[in-house]
Design a protein around this ligand. Structure first.
Ligand code: PMP
Length: 421
């Protein structure tokens, strides 16, 4: 059945549609941190941040089913759902971030964020890092791709070198925050000189897709200062760190201690139901609403809001942010004890871990790939990140337990012993 599905999928969807693993996993059921394939084999999900409160959490399932059986429609009628959820959500933010637009994906949220910066400043220039992903609308894809788009890089987008733990900007981890900000300052100057002007910078506060390099509190202060001085907006993509993933706080920007102008949310927001949002200040929202008419047929519909509200409730009721902090610290301790000549660094933030593989300062990309495949064969699903895809990424659902961590790290220790370097 799985082989047939691979062939039909390829015939239907065309080439280059990504699947994880050399031998794709055909998942048919999920519960908590566990997944089962079509042959009944069980996998520990150490990768998936979408089922944030656990696969098929009964409270989220029940909320979706109840609302779907009552009403689901487009979003131009009055409905309590969006207001009740939105009020609960903005209550989790400071910095006057108290207005919201609900959408269906992180890409849409980021597309709006870019337009907010342009609406506020009246300028078009945008900055992102050279090794990131923010989504796939046409505008956002210009910040996401490593390949130049057809027609070349648009002149209003500048990509600055991303922070890196293996090869830090400025030559050392200590110099990196200033060196990163200096790159941003250069890009701003180029945008001003080109006539586009500078509207804003989009960044993930923990640089998740870039490989989650070492970046503690204050890391982004020099960059935020440079952006503000130039009159631009900080557009903070919380699609990966948001909703308590980082353990110490609800949001990545809180963990780093800076104030964004716009925050975007997605993936974990409704435990797999397609929900995203943009959260911002009233002045930014007013400028956006004035410059663009915006309507989203599905964004914030009653079922989406029920799913998101239930997810928020579970995070709170089950203490999942504290769990991310505690189990995260425990698991990081275990991972830090792993011994292998190619391990260059082990780092973690709550329930988000990166194990960087390198040899002589060069990324050990192929080795990392072999480890991911070998772990899959042992029933443990994880992925990879970083400029060379050489960093093992573990980012399990938030109810991940110490026992789960024991199992995953024990398997990893065995795989590291067995996989040829
Ligand atoms: N921002 C970040 C940081 C992401 O990792 C992703 C998805 N991987 C997106 C935005 C896009 O979200 P979506 O796929 O829901 O459009």
């Amino acid at each position: 059945m799985t082989t047939d599905l691979i062939a039909r999928r390829a015939a239907l969807l065309g080439p280059n549609v990504p699947t994880f693993y050399d031998r794709p996993v055909h998942i048919v059921r999920g519960q908590g941190v566990w997944l089962w394939d079509a042959d009944g084999r069980r996998y520990l999900d150490c990768y998936n941040n979408v089922p944030h409160v656990g696969h098929c959490h009964p409270k989220v399932v029940e909320a979706i089913a109840r609302q779907a059986a009552t009403l689901n429609t487009h979003t131009r009628y009055l409905h309590e759902g969006i207001v009740e959820y939105g009020e609960r959500l903005v209550g989790k933010f400071g910095h006057d971030l108290r207005q919201i637009i609900m959408v269906c994906t992180g890409s849409e949220a980021n597309d709006i964020a870019l337009r907010m910066a342009q609406a506020v400043t009246g300028k078009t220039g945008l900055i992102a890092t050279d090794n990131t992903y923010h989504g796939n609308t046409t505008a956002v894809s210009h910040l996401s791709t490593r390949r130049p788009p057809i027609g070349g890089w648009p002149a209003h987008v500048r990509r600055v070198p991303a922070p890196d733990s293996l090869a830090p900007l400025g030559g050392s981890l200590a110099a990196q925050p200033q060196a990163f900000a200096a790159g941003v300052a250069r890009a701003i100057a180029e945008l001003e000189a080109s006539g586009h002007g500078f509207a804003g910078m989009m960044l993930c506060p923990i640089f998740a897709n870039e490989g989650m390099p070492e970046a503690g509190p204050g890391f982004l202060d020099p960059t935020v200062e440079v952006v503000r001085r130039a009159g631009g907006l900080i557009l903070c993509d919380e699609v990966q760190p948001g909703f308590g993933r980082v353990g110490s706080h609800w949001w990545g920007h809180e963990a780093l201690g800076f104030a964004p102008d716009v925050v975007t949310l997605g993936k974990p927001m409704a435990n797999g139901h397609p929900v995203g949002a943009v959260v911002t200040r009233p002045d930014v929202m007013a400028a956006f609403r004035q410059a663009f008419g915006y309507f989203n047929t599905f964004g914030g519909n009653p079922v989406s809001c029920a799913a998101a509200l239930a997810t928020l409730g579970v995070i709170e009721d089950e203490g999942l942010v504290a769990n991310a902090r505690d189990v995260g610290a425990y698991a990081l301790g275990l991972m830090s004890g792993l011994d292998h000549p190619l391990i260059a660094d082990v780092r973690g933030r709550g329930l988000f871990f990166g194990i960087e593989f390198a040899a002589g300062g060069e990324p050990a990309t192929e080795f990392c790939g072999r480890v991911v495949e070998a772990m899959r064969d042992r029933g443990i699903l994880l992925g990879r990140i970083g400029r060379a895809q050489h960093i093992l990424k573990l980012r399990p659902p938030m109810p991940f337990s110490r026992e789960n961590a024991d199992l995953a790290v024990a398997a990893l220790a065995e795989v590291l012993r067995e996989v040829p370097a």
